[in-house]
Design a protein around this ligand. Structure first.
Ligand code: ZN
Ligand code: MN
Length: 482
């Protein structure tokens, strides 16, 4: 499908960092599911005379993210007050970072399934700030209530450049960022719980004559699922194009507008003209000194050790011969990923087989390393078939748990899964089949390769459980070549 315009999108992503305590006080950082206003104190309630003290762990996690995005970590960074009035913001301002953010620049590379780079999305900056409280509307008595458990929760805002060119790519970018947060262990980034929220900046390029015009940006606020990000871009881009073609306000307007996304009606509602930065009356936070992270040993960005990042992992797994769909499955399922790493790191176990068991026979995650190794060896030798074992895996695991001295081989034997191989039986079966199927054999010898499978089947049938398919194939080929 080709559109009569080009889409240009940048995402601003807010992520709640999963620290033990809030950004500027010692209240528990458990905004989701706790009794309203149970994790609050004078600092996060914005009472006069209180002093904020920055949370070192939140700063450390932000630096980890910055390093993973290849950002420059600022030698000197500071806090600023961003003023606006809203009932969920008790101080009347948010402590944020304005002109000296903690992380500057950076990028995230999206890979194609084969591991080649598909696109690079750059970042403007990432800064640390505090979350606001939450309003609960719709009380029976007709008033709204405010829950300040979320007020003061550390929030990392990552501002992406408008490098995204399609709704689908924007969705993948957000999913990738989410995976990165989880891989780094800085946040669960669960969008349903509001731990990751996204503002979507959308404009389009329209060809008019020989020039191309860029429409003013619409910022769709608080889009709270990856699917909604994708759909809101699709809808808003088309809405801008339609407004342009109808000769609307979009042709003369210069400034950005903000909008909301309505999930039920699948539509974007324009809300207001965006404040310029000076409407927030930013000024330096007088109660907190600037941060020089390189001078604080626990925060020094040069000594940050990152875990293996998703893209590096993808490339390594591709080299092991894993297929792209299985790789994505492993990367997003941390229990299986940990098991996979444990079973393949510094061991002789073939990664492809390990992945096959973990993904296609998920109970195998319960096997101990030694049993897993034995299971794989039996399959490799041809003594066991994956497809016959899979439905009996739970029984196998239960038997091994009951008797930890038993070997996998002993148990599969009692389960009737062990494929024995009697060379003499196989030889005579092959001879019989070659005699009985002389015309099929002639066809095969004349080049009809597909007959081979049929002949193997005939031999297996005669051997009645005393033959392993791989060995039968080998012996049959040998016999046919004579
Ligand atoms: Zn507090
Ligand atoms: Mn923000």
């Amino acid at each position: 499908m080709s559109l009569p315009y080009r889409i240009m999108v940048g995402l601003e992503v807010h992520v709640e960092l999963a620290t033990e305590t809030k950004m500027f006080c010692r209240c528990a950082n458990h905004p989701f599911g706790a009794k309203p206003n149970s994790n609050i104190c004078p600092v996060c309630m914005g009472l006069p005379g209180t002093l904020p003290v920055p949370n070192k762990e939140a700063i450390r996690r932000s630096i980890i993210v910055g390093k993973a995005l290849n950002s420059e970590i600022a030698k000197l960074s500071k806090w600023d007050r961003k003023h606006y009035f809203y009932p969920d913001l008790p101080k009347g301002y948010q402590i944020s970072q304005y002109d000296l953010p903690l992380c500057v620049g950076g990028e995230l590379v999206l890979l194609n399934p084969d591991g080649t780079p598909e696109s690079t999305v750059r970042f403007e900056r990432a800064h640390l700030e505090e979350d606001a409280g939450k309003l609960m509307h719709g009380n029976k008595k007709g008033y709204s209530r405010v829950d300040l458990n979320r007020a003061g929760v550390p929030l990392l805002e990552m501002v992406g450049k408008p490098d995204l060119t399609s709704p689908e790519q924007a969705r993948r970018f957000l999913q990738e960022l989410q995976l990165l947060m989880r891989t780094l262990g800085v946040s669960d980034a669960d969008m349903e719980k509001g731990q990751m929220r996204c503002d979507v900046n959308i404009s389009i390029w329209i060809k008019e004559g020989d020039k191309e015009i860029n429409t003013p940006v619409t910022e769709v606020k608080n889009v709270n699922s990856t699917r909604a990000v994708e759909r809101s871009i699709k809808v808003e881009a088309q809405r801008q194009y339609d407004e342009w073609m109808a000769g609307g306000d979009i042709r003369t307007r210069k400034n950005k507008v903000t909008a909301g996304w309505d999930e039920d009606s699948n539509s974007v509602t324009i809300q207001r003209h965006k404040e310029a930065a000076n409407d927030y009356r930013y000024f330096p936070e007088p109660d907190i000194p600037p941060i020089a992270v390189y001078e604080i040993p626990e925060l020094n960005p040069d000594s940050v050790v990152l875990p293996e990042l998703p893209n590096a992992r993808r490339l390594r797994y591709l080299k092991h011969g894993l297929n792209p769909a299985d790789i994505e499955l492993l990367l997003t399922d941390f229990d299986r990923l940990a098991r996979f790493e444990e079973y393949t790191h510094g061991t002789e176990l073939p990664p492809k087989q390990v992945a096959n068991w973990l993904i296609n026979a998920p109970e195998s995650i319960q096997l101990q390393m030694a049993h897993f190794a034995e299971l794989i060896a039996l399959v490799e030798q041809g003594s066991l078939s994956f497809s016959a074992t899979k439905p009996k895996l739970a029984e196998l695991i239960a038997a091994l748990q009951k008797n930890d001295k038993a070997s996998v081989k002993e148990v599969v034997q009692t389960l009737g899964l062990l494929q024995e191989h009697d060379g003499a039986v196989v030889q005579s079966a092959i001879e019989e089949v070659l005699r009985e199927q002389s015309s099929a054999v002639a066809d095969f010898r004349a080049g009809k390769e597909q007959i081979f499978g049929f002949l193997v089947g005939m031999v297996m049938k005669k051997c009645a459980g005393k033959a392993q398919p791989a060995k039968v194939q080998e012996a049959l080929r040998e016999a046919l070549s004579k």
